[in-house]
Design a protein around this ligand. Sequence first.
Ligand SMILES: Cc1ncc(COP(=O)(O)O)c(C=O)c1O
Length: 423
Amino acid sequence: MNTDAVKSLDQWLDNNLDAPKSERGKYWFPLTLPTFGKEEIAAATACMCDYQTSMGATTREFEKGFAAFAGAQDAVMVNSGSSADLLLAFHLVNPLKPRMKEGDEILVPAVTWPTQVWSPLMAGLKVKLVDVDPQTLNIDFDDLRSKITSRTKCLFAVHLMGYPCDMQEMQNICDEHGLLLIEDCCESIGAKYDGTHVGNFGIGGTFSFFFSHHMTTMEGGMVICNSEEDAEALRVLRAHGWSRAHIPVSQQTVDQRFQFINWGFNLRPTELNAAFGLEQLKKLDAMNERRDELAQRFDEYIDSTPFLDRISMPAKGTSCPLATVVRLAGSASKCRVDVLNRLEEAGVETRPVVTGNLARQPAAKLIGDLDPTDFPGAEEIHHGSFYVGLNPMFDDVMFERMIRTLDTAVRESVESSKTSKVA
Ligand SMILES: Cc1ncc(COP(=O)(O)O)c(C=O)c1O
């Protein structure tokens, strides 16, 4: 380690790094705030001072640390959550050990981040969207059962917004129909089902370390898995189809340092991302506790108003919320657009729940000829819900102010909808 350079950088950061501003542009209550500071910046910069930037020992250390956090046997780091989804989807059709073949069906929920859908599509699989339950935000089990055919081979579950799916029900369905299971946990670091971290219930689980997520590596992602064989295959797919495994001299046909045993991508992270992640990992439990504290406060508020509904959780689920999801209810359920306008004017940043009903997105035609109204649960989320921030850096004062502002916006909106009906 170039200790002199790191020491002077440390001093420089002490003197020059300002705390991040809590407002972002016109919003005093933004969707997110930076959760990193001097430690992450110094650790990432130290990699450059050491001229160690390409994936190496720091990435491996972070993979081991994250696997331990998630209770998984192994973890493979990549450069984004979308890359993690891509890697896992291509793992299913890996030419060296295909579990699925072109045209086989994979079921994906209708409310999720689009790369969870594009990844299996790009891998040549046929994606079928399944409706979601607006109360849990996760897959609707009745619709799931009705969508399974003899061509269905895999379920790609998502644990949305930090809320775990009912994995008992999910596994029963997979067992009954002989389905493979993979999990997108990009929004759910820290979420558990029956004490087990999400991502450990099937072949693999994907995670995102994007800026606004539970922890960040600037950009980055991870696939966790529980078999050495899967981990090795994922590593080969991650980096060019390249294998560093030892080949006995008698079987060597190429320079063993440069043997390509499969096709593959280059989805590698840099050492800077991993060094950043190692520092974030030290703060993760405290950050998640703060998220939980704020989420509990919001639940108390929900219980005090007739205009919002809580998200329901499976009995054995432990959530770790990513955002403050606002599910409008009762006479407020038709007021979404008006409430959003009022919040925008009041300086509170909002956004749809992930992308809303995916079947409404222009690119959904790549999946097939979809009628968005065939997904009533996703429609309810699309037209009746949105989210505002939930960030461990938010203080109590700003969170309470957000609740008051939201409460006023919803009440005024309901009042004005009554008046316009009378008029
Ligand atoms: C459910 C889900 N899957 C995948 C991703 C992709 O992660 P990334 O933004 O790191 O590519 C996201 C991103 O927010 C997500 O929410």
